[in-house]
Design a protein around this ligand. Structure first.
Ligand code: SF4
Length: 456
């Protein structure tokens, strides 16, 4: 039997795409193989968010040359953000990757997955792969993912859109994944219902900017959601909430964009029982001129107002963010303004990244990456010190409390999972608790985690 191996890089969207690829490859007659060296087809699902991520994939290609020497029939496929043109090495119009990767056989964009069988046949016409009925493969979103990235069925990551219309100047996503397109509502609801029937207690909606669901230029031109009388994302959350009747307990979504954080959405988050008191809302900078240079279409004041409303409507909500430091032209004064903002907002966690130039972005073509590396480094440390204080304070409030934890896995003799506020909680138990929601009494914490014991 033919077998495949998939190596996935990057964000949760890529892992979700890999799960779709698994369904597709098994329909073609391939079986999953955990040993890359023994597979007949090796797929690299790539990420381009940073140059380093691309370099890691290119580094792997040396190995592919060696494997091909031992297996003349091996097919090497690259998918994900590095691909622009779906093609095989024999296609007339080939992706640029074929100029740099001589081991490559097929390049396919994630959302053009239904073309993969045709491209494999171009490379290996005699390979015995099954036919897939075309009507089921008009769009890659119609392919149900395996939900295999997680150890239990209790969580399901469901992609609701692909691509992005926002064009932040530092970001490659609108070029690598293309413009934003939302997935039809009924497909999402069908996938969610199936996941819940299969044991999912938590659904995590994913997309580049999930809260602009149904509002992209493409969606508006197609009038896809005109039949709804309300914001499509709010409607989607309300429909998902009804699945609580068959066992769904939690719905999360990531990532959100401040521009699309409407009052209706905040209201829905406060009233729906499956909504959790947690939101990741990337701000990227706490200074208006830096935000303008990043092409983030909101001001610091508008962002603060969103957070004020969230904290008012959902008392105790845990809010996390992303910050980039050392972006093109960021002065000491601008960074100090960001520091003050960061302290004031008391984020419970944050992904802090030092700006690095990404080829192909607007910033790489038109702006100067002129903040010295050691200054970026020092700025990172400064914000990280603040973060440790705010994170500790946020964790401290849970000591002595009993929290509901969805158990996601085990490391050595310790179980770990997430509380409703999305805090990582660790505890010991001899029982197999994977995928269950258990009560844990918290007795301590470190900088980023809570520790406790199963509550009696
Ligand atoms: S919102 Fe900005 S950072 Fe996020 S994916 Fe879109 S362009 Fe990139």
């Amino acid at each position: 039997m033919l077998t495949y191996y998939i190596q996935t890089y990057g964000c949760q969207m890529n892992y979700s795409d890999t799960e779709r690829m698994e369904t597709y490859l098994s329909a073609l007659g391939f079986k999953k193989n955990s040993n890359m060296k023994k597979a007949d087809l090796i797929v690299f699902n790539t990420c381009s968010i940073r140059q380093r991520a691309e370099d890691r994939v290119l580094g792997q290609m040396v190995r592919m040359g060696d494997l091909k020497k031992n297996n003349k029939n091996l097919i090497v496929v690259v998918t994900g953000c590095m691909v622009r043109t779906p093609s095989s090495k024999y296609s007339e119009k080939r992706d640029n990757l074929f100029n740099t990767i001589k081991e490559l056989d097929v390049a396919i964009k994630n959302d053009e997955l239904p073309l993969l069988a045709k491209l494999i046949r171009e490379v290996k016409p005699n390979l015995e792969i099954k036919e897939i009925p075309e009507e089921t493969l008009e769009s890659y979103f119609q392919i149900d993912p395996t939900h295999s990235s997680h150890k239990s069925n209790s969580q399901a990551f469901i992609a609701i859109s692909n691509g992005c219309d926002k064009f932040c100047t530092y970001c490659i996503v609108p070029f690598s994944r293309g413009r934003e397109k939302s997935r039809p509502m009924e497909q999402i609801l069908r996938e969610a219902e199936n996941a819940v029937k299969n044991g999912a207690k938590e659904i995590i909606l994913i997309g580049q900017t999930v809260n602009s669901y149904g509002l992209s230029t493409y969606d508006k031109a197609e009038k896809t959601f005109d039949y709804l009388k309300k914001e499509p994302f709010v409607y989607l959350l309300e429909e998902l909430d009804k699945l609580s009747e068959i066992g769904l307990e939690r719905v999360r979504f990531t990532s959100s964009h401040p521009k699309d954080m409407s009052d209706d959405l905040i209201d829905a988050m406060s009233r729906l029982k499956t909504q959790m008191p947690y939101l990741h809302l990337p701000v990227q900078a706490g200074e208006n001129e830096v935000l303008k240079r990043m092409n983030r279409p909101y001001t610091v004041e508008q962002y603060k107002e969103i957070i004020r409303k969230l904290r008012e409507k959902i008392p105790g909500i845990s809010i996390t963010t992303d910050i980039i430091m050392g972006f093109c032209g960021e002065t000491d004064e601008e960074f100090e303004t960001t520091c003050k903002f960061f302290e004031e907002m008391e984020f419970e966690h944050a992904f802090l990244s030092q700006y690095s130039n990404r080829k192909g972005t607007y910033a790489s073509k038109k702006m100067k990456d002129n903040v010295p590396q050691k200054v970026k480094h020092a700025r990172w440390h400064k914000l990280n010190n603040t973060l440790k204080k705010t994170s500790n304070k946020a964790l401290e409030r849970f000591v002595g409390k009993t929290l509901k934890v969805l158990v996601e896995g085990q490391e050595k003799d310790e179980w770990f999972g997430r509380s409703e506020h999305y805090k990582e909680v660790r505890f010991k138990s001899k029982k197999d608790l994977l995928g269950q929601i258990v009560k844990v009494k918290i007795d301590s914490h470190d900088d980023f985690r809570l520790y406790g014991k199963i509550a009696k």
